[in-house]
Design a protein around this ligand. Structure first.
Ligand code: ADP
Ligand code: TZD
Length: 580
C-alpha cells in the first residue's frame, strides 16, 4: 500500500493503517474488484482511494442505479456486488435496490457512510442524521455496523457470508464517518482481516428426500420442469440440461431462466405455457417460487376451478431455502439444497434406464407449441406502420439470435411482456429484467453491470416510462464508454399514449410529451442517438451499435394505440366500484 494514499495516517505512516484502507484491503482480500458508488461526505476519499488501490470504481448519478448495478453484478458473478453511498438520503436511495436485490435473491452489499453515533442516537440534528441500521434491517437479509477499525475485517466477512450463503440476498453495512479515519497498527490491522473460506458451501439434499422426489417423478404421466432464476443464479447449467434431456420432460423457463437451455430447445414448452400448467400432474420446481408470477401454484392457471382452488398437481421443489416449501401450496417432495447438488442427486437417483414421459403427453405439448409458434410467426411477419411491439421486437429477436452472447436488459409493461415471449434467449443468465417485484428503474443499472462485469454487448429494451426511471445514467454509460445500446419503445406514455383527461387541460396521468426525442439524451453526452420509425431503421441502428460497441440510444417509435394497460397483468388493477 502506498504511504501517499494514506492521508489520515499521521505519525509513522508505514506502521499504521486507517479505516479507509482496512476496508478496501478487506474487500480486495475477498476478491471484490468493483464498487458501484456515488461519492460525497463521508465516502468521497474512500472512492478515490479505491481507484488508487486498483478497485474499479463506477460512479453513478443516482444511488438507486448504483445499487441496481451491484445487485445485477451479484446475480451474474455469485459474488456480492458492492454499492457505496453517502448517509441518509444517499443511503435511502440505495435502499430500494438493496430491498429489490433481497426480494430477487441476488447477493449484494450496500455500504453507507453514516453520521456520528452520539449525535444520531441523541437526535441532536447532525448533517444527514439518520439511524440507518434500524431502517435497513427489516428490508434486507442482514445488517451490520462497524464501530472500530479492528472490526472491519469481521464486518466484511459477515457481510460477504450473509450475502451469498443459503438464499442469497442484500446486506447492509453501516460505517460511521469516524471509523474511516481511525488508525491502528498496520501489522495488527492486516491480521484482523478475514478471507472468507467457502462462503456459499454446497448444500447436499438428504438421501430420503431425493428418493421421495424420484418416486414421485416416476409416477408422473404428465411431468413438467419449471426453471426459475435461482437455477440461473446457481450456474449449474450442465446439470440442469442433463436433467431435462435425460428425463425427456418438457420444461418451462421463468423469464430470467430463459437461456439456461436455448429457448429453441425441442423440450422447451414456453409457447405452450397455458396448456402445460393446468395439464401437468407432477411439477419439478428448480429455483422458482410459487409466487404471483406463477399464480401462487393454484387457480385457473393451474386448472383449478376458481382462483383459490388447487389444480391437483403434485410438486417437487428444489430450493436452497428450507422454508420456501408449502408457502403457497403443499409441496409433496421438497428437496432442500443448492440446485447443482439437488439436480445431480436427482439424476443419480433416476438411474440409467429412466423411462421418458408418455408420448401422449410430449406430443400434445409439441402440437400446442407448434400451433402457437406458427401463429406467432405470422404476427411477426407483419410490417405495420407505425411499428408495433411485435414488429420492433422482431428486430431484437433477430439480433439476439445472431449475437446470443449479448445481454438483454428489459423493463416496461407491454415492452417487457412481449419481449419475454418474442425474444428467444440462447445462453444462460443473459436476460436481466424487472424480477420478482416487477420494478421499474432497473434498466440502466443492470445494463451498466452487465457491460462492466462481462465486456459483452448489452441491449436494453425499455418502455418509455420505464426508461425514465434511470435515464440520466446514459451519462454514466457514455462516461465509461460502455457497449450499451438502449432501445426506447416510445409510445408517448405509460402503457399507451392515448389516455385523455376528461376533466381539464392537464395531460392524463399516463401521458408523456408526444414525439419526445430520447435519442438526443445520448447525443448530449457524446453517444450515438438514432430515431427509428421502421424495423429496417431499427435493425440498421442496432447492427451498428452492437458492432461498434459505442453507447447508443435508439428512439423506436411505436404505435401509441398498441398494447394494453399494465401489459399482461391488467387483472391486478383494483376495479373501481363506480365506473365512469
Ligand atoms: P423466478 O422469479 O425465476 O420464478 P424466484 O426468484 O421466485 O424465481 O425463485 C428463486 C428461488 O431460487 C428462491 O426461492 C431461492 O431461494 C432459490 N435459490 C437461489 N439460489 C439458489 C441455489 N443456488 N440453489 C437452490 N436454490 C436457490
Ligand atoms: N414504479 C415502480 C418503481 N415500479 C412499477 N412497476 C411501477 C411504478 C408501475 N409500472 C408498471 O408496473 S409498468 C410501468 C409502470 C410505471 C411502465 C409502463 O410503461 P412503459 O411500458 O412505457 O415503460 P409499455 O411497454 O409502453 O407498456
Amino acid at each position: 500500500m502506498s504511504a501517499a494514499a494514506t492521508p489520515s495516517a499521521t505519525t509513522d505512516e508505514s506502521k499504521t493503517i486507517d479505516g479507509f484502507h482496512l476496508l478496501l484491503d478487506a474487500l480486495k482480500l475477498n476478491d471484490i474488484n468493483t464498487i458501484y458508488a456515488l461519492p460525497g461526505i463521508p465516502i468521497t476519499d474512500l472512492t478515490r482511494m479505491a481507484q488508487a488501490e486498483g478497485i474499479r470504481l463506477i460512479a453513478f448519478r443516482h444511488e438507486q442505479h448504483a445499487g441496481n448495478a451491484a445487485a445485477a453484478a451479484g446475480f451474474l458473478t455469485q459474488k456480492p456486488g458492492v454499492c457505496m453511498t453517502v448517509s441518509a438520503p444517499g443511503f435511502l436511495n440505495g435502499l430500494t435496490a438493496l430491498a429489490n436485490a433481497t426480494t430477487n435473491c441476488f447477493p449484494m452489499i450496500l455500504i453507507s457512510g453514516s453520521s456520528e453515533r452520539e449525535i444520531v442516537d441523541l437526535q441532536q440534528g447532525d448533517y444527514e442524521e439518520m439511524d440507518q441500521l434500524a431502517i435497513a434491517k427489516p428490508l434486507c437479509k442482514a445488517a451490520f455496523r462497524v464501530l472500530h477499525a479492528e472490526d472491519i475485517g469481521v464486518g466484511i466477512a459477515r457481510a460477504v457470508r450473509a450475502a451469498v450463503s443459503g438464499r442469497p440476498g442484500g446486506v447492509y453495512l453501516d460505517l460511521p464517518a469516524k471509523l474511516l479515519a481511525q488508525t491502528m497498527e498496520a501489522e495488527a490491522g492486516k491480521r484482523s482481516l478475514i478471507k472468507v473460506v467457502d462462503p456459499a458451501p454446497r448444500q447436499i439434499p438428504a438421501p430420503e428426500a431425493v428418493k421421495r422426489a424420484v418416486e414421485l417423478l416416476k409416477s408422473a404421466k404428465k411431468p413438467l420442469i419449471l426453471l426459475g432464476k435461482g437455477a440461473a443464479y446457481a450456474q449449474a447449467d450442465a446439470e440442469v440440461r442433463a436433467l431435462v434431456e435425460k428425463s425427456g420432460i418438457p420444461y418451462l423457463p421463468m423469464s430470467m431462466a430463459k437461456g439456461i437451455l436455448p429457448d429453441t430447445h425441442p423440450q422447451c414448452a414456453s409457447a405452450a405455457r397455458s396448456f402445460v400448467l393446468p395439464e401437468a400432474d407432477v411439477v419439478v420446481l428448480v429455483g422458482a417460487r410459487l409466487n404471483w408470477l406463477l399464480s401462487h401454484g393454484k387457480g385457473k392457471t393451474w386448472g383449478g376451478a376458481s382462483s383459490k382452488t388447487l389444480g391437483g398437481q403434485q410438486f417437487i421443489q428444489i430450493d436452497i431455502s428450507p422454508t420456501e416449501a408449502d408457502s403457497n401450496v403443499p409441496i409433496a417432495a421438497p428437496l432442500v439444497g443448492d440446485v447443482g447438488s439437488c439436480v445431480s442427486a436427482l439424476l443419480a437417483g433416476m438411474g440409467s434406464s429412466w423411462a421418458k414421459p408418455p408420448a401422449e403427453w410430449t406430443s400434445a405439448v409439441a402440437d400446442r407449441k407448434d400451433k402457437n409458434l406458427t401463429k406467432m410467426a405470422e404476427t411477426l411477419a407483419k410490417d405495420p406502420s407505425p411499428m408495433n411491439f411485435h414488429s420492433a421486437l422482431n428486430v431484437i429477436r433477430n439480433k439476439i439470435k445472431e449475437r446470443p452472447d449479448a445481454y438483454l436488459v428489459n423493463e416496461g409493461a407491454n415492452t417487457l411482456d412481449f419481449a419475454r415471449s418474442i425474444v428467444d434467449m440462447y445462453e444462460p443468465r443473459k436476460r436481466l429484467d424487472v424480477g420478482t417485484w416487477g420494478i421499474m428503474g432497473i434498466g440502466m443499472g443492470f445494463a451498466v453491470a452487465a457491460a462492466v462485469t462481462t465486456g459483452k454487448p448489452v441491449i436494453a429494451v425499455e418502455g418509455d416510462s420505464a426508461f425514465g426511471f434511470s435515464g440520466m445514467e446514459v451519462e454514466t454509460i457514455c462516461r465509461y464508454n460502455l457497449p450499451v445500446c438502449v432501445v426506447v419503445f416510445n409510445n408517448n406514455g405509460v402503457y399507451k399514449g392515448t389516455d385523455k383527461n376528461p376533466a381539464g387541460t392537464d395531460p392524463a396521468p399516463t401521458n408523456f410529451v408526444k414525439g419526445a426525442r430520447y435519442e438526443m439524451m445520448m447525443q448530449a453526452f457524446g453517444g450515438v442517438g438514432v430515431l427509428a420509425k421502421t424495423p429496417a431503421e431499427l435493425s440498421k441502428a442496432l447492427d451498428e451499435a452492437v458492432a461498434s460497441g459505442k453507447p447508443t440510444l435508439i428512439n423506436a417509435i411505436i404505435d401509441e394505440t398498441a398494447g394494453t394497460e399494465s401489459g399482461r397483468i391488467t387483472s391486478l388493477n383494483p376495479a373501481a366500484a363506480k365506473k365512469k
